[in-house]
Design a protein around this ligand. Structure first.
Ligand code: TGC
Ligand code: FAD
Length: 392
């Protein structure tokens, strides 16, 4: 793979909107990605393996639960720092950002927001240090976009345990996770979160193979066959579908920044290539057709950066709505995938090789546009928000 000479596009001087701390977080994450992700990622993508060797480094840069308070082992950062971190990690690879999104927004967030003090003290510091890795089980084989119909369920056995039965599919980090936040229904049909630990009898996590997308992230199933979960492992402070949806808001927010990273990487690669590649005696970047593609890319990146930054401000104030988050996730993933497709064309045949990151980003973004709510679902969320009619 080519050396990583990434330079961040900042067409509207957006750096002026960031604090010194934001810039420090972004620049240090970027340096870390250049040193630790770029040199190894293509090899792992080709082999479809998750680079476990980076887990300790991710924890050292504060990536796991960066917005979780320091008293629980987090870095206590604000949401713009979280976003910038996701942007830089996804600039390296969506699979790496995914691992961090799941750990931070889908595992640490629910324990922090819905867990007991005992659960927070038991799990959060170890999740922040990477000693424990978590996963989040909402999707089921027959219930993807419509999780409210989930059938995974648990019963009170009246002996200090809940007995959990069912299955979850498409779960990031599942094959090697130490704990799983599992969403399941009780006897009254109410959704609750349970902390299920690896090693509990009847709990298995087979890996899902043959993915052409997100190959550096490990994906699997969660199978529960009469798993006895101690009662103290239920998240006590919120129930109902709103609980997992709050976690998704946090992760979707991070993705709205992360996708910009993938888009920026594709744009910069295509821009550099267009200045060097000579055809018909001239650099292809001097041709109007290629300039149109590049000009539209930087326009869309700039709009996406503004959307993400404004959403970050609202999120820091506690005023970001779920519908605003949906709009930003949907828009920014769409612009990134379109940029990846156009950038791939600018590189001609070279664009399909692992010498460059573009094809990997393009394939990764097919997952990103599907998970955390599909492109259609986010459009329907916006539609419902503006019309008041539910079209799901
Ligand atoms: P609906 O009736 O609208 O809502 C049910 C209850 O939830 C409340 N609520 C929310 N609460 C907090 N935050 C939100 N964003 C909320 N949205 C809704 C709502 O007020 C209601 O509360 P209550 O008290 O009245 O019960 O629910 P619905 O069944 O009609 O579904 C709505 C819909 C379609 C938007 C939702 O089901 C949805 O978002 N579906 C998409 C599923 C999804 O995104 N799955 C993601 C799985 S995790 C994943 O993909 C991880 S990838 C990880 C990685 O590698 O990065
Ligand atoms: P479906 O819901 O079956 O949708 C199929 C198609 O129908 C889509 O195009 C969809 O937009 C459309 N559709 C559905 N409903 C409607 C409607 N009402 N109106 C119009 N169109 C509609 N889940 C987790 O719980 N945890 C994870 O960690 C996780 N990680 C993942 C990692 C990867 C790599 C992938 C690919 C997925 C992951 N998921 C995870 C699952 C992901 O959230 C689901 O794939 C997603 O929510 C969509 O569900 P589905 O695939 O079952 O598609």
């Amino acid at each position: 793979m080519k050396p990583d000479n990434f330079v961040s596009p900042d067409y509207f001087s957006l750096d002026n909107l960031l604090s010194e701390e934001h810039k420090l977080v972004r620049d240090s994450t970027r340096s870390w990605v250049k040193k630790n992700i770029s040199p190894i990622i293509e090899k792992h993508a080709q082999a479809a393996t998750f680079p476990k060797e980076i887990l300790s480094g991710l924890s050292e840069i504060g990536a796991f639960g960066c917005f979780i308070p320091q008293k629980y082992g987090g870095a206590g950062m604000d949401y713009i720092s979280y976003g910038l971190m996701m942007q830089e990690l996804e600039r390296g690879d969506s699979g790496i950002r995914s691992t961090v999104s799941v750990q931070s927004s889908l595992v640490m967030f629910p324990i922090w927001k819905f867990g007991s003090e005992k659960q927070k003290k038991k799990y959060l510091p170890k999740l922040a240090s990477g000693e424990l890795i978590g996963c989040f089980g909402l999707t089921e084989p027959d219930h993807g976009s419509n999780p409210s119909k989930m059938t995974t369920s648990f019963k009170d056995d009246r002996k200090g345990f809940y007995t959990l039965n069912g299955a979850k599919l498409w779960i990031s980090n599942a094959p090697f996770a130490d704990i799983a936040i599992v969403w399941a229904k009780n006897e009254k049909n109410r959704i609750h979160g349970l902390i299920v630990e690896r090693g509990m009898k009847g709990f298995s996590t087979p890996e899902t193979k043959n993915k052409w997308s997100l190959r550096t992230s490990s994906t699997g199933e969660l199978i529960f066959n009469k798993v006895k979960v101690p009662k103290e492992n239920i998240l006590p402070r919120k129930s109902g579908l709103g609980a997992p949806l709050m976690c998704l808001d946090s992760a979707r927010y991070g993705i709205s920044w992360g996708a910009i990273g993938a888009g920026m990487d594709c744009y910069q690669t295509a821009l550099s290539y267009s200045k060097e590649r000579i055809q018909f005696d001239k650099a292809i970047g001097s041709k109007q057709l290629q300039q149109k593609k590049l000009a539209e890319m930087i326009t869309e990146i700039t709009k996406a950066q503004l959307l993400a930054w404004r959403l970050g401000v609202l999120k820091n104030e506690g005023n970001a709505t779920s519908a605003q988050i949906s709009m930003a996730k949907r828009n920014n993933v769409e612009i990134a995938i379109n940029i990846a497709r156009d950038a791939r064309q600018i590189l001609g045949a070279m664009g399909i090789t692992g010498e460059y990151s573009i094809m990997r980003h393009m394939m990764n973004l097919e997952s990103v546009i599907t998970y955390e709510g599909t492109h259609d679902i986010h459009l329907l969320i916006t539609g419902m928000d503006i019309t008041g009619f539910n079209a799901f």
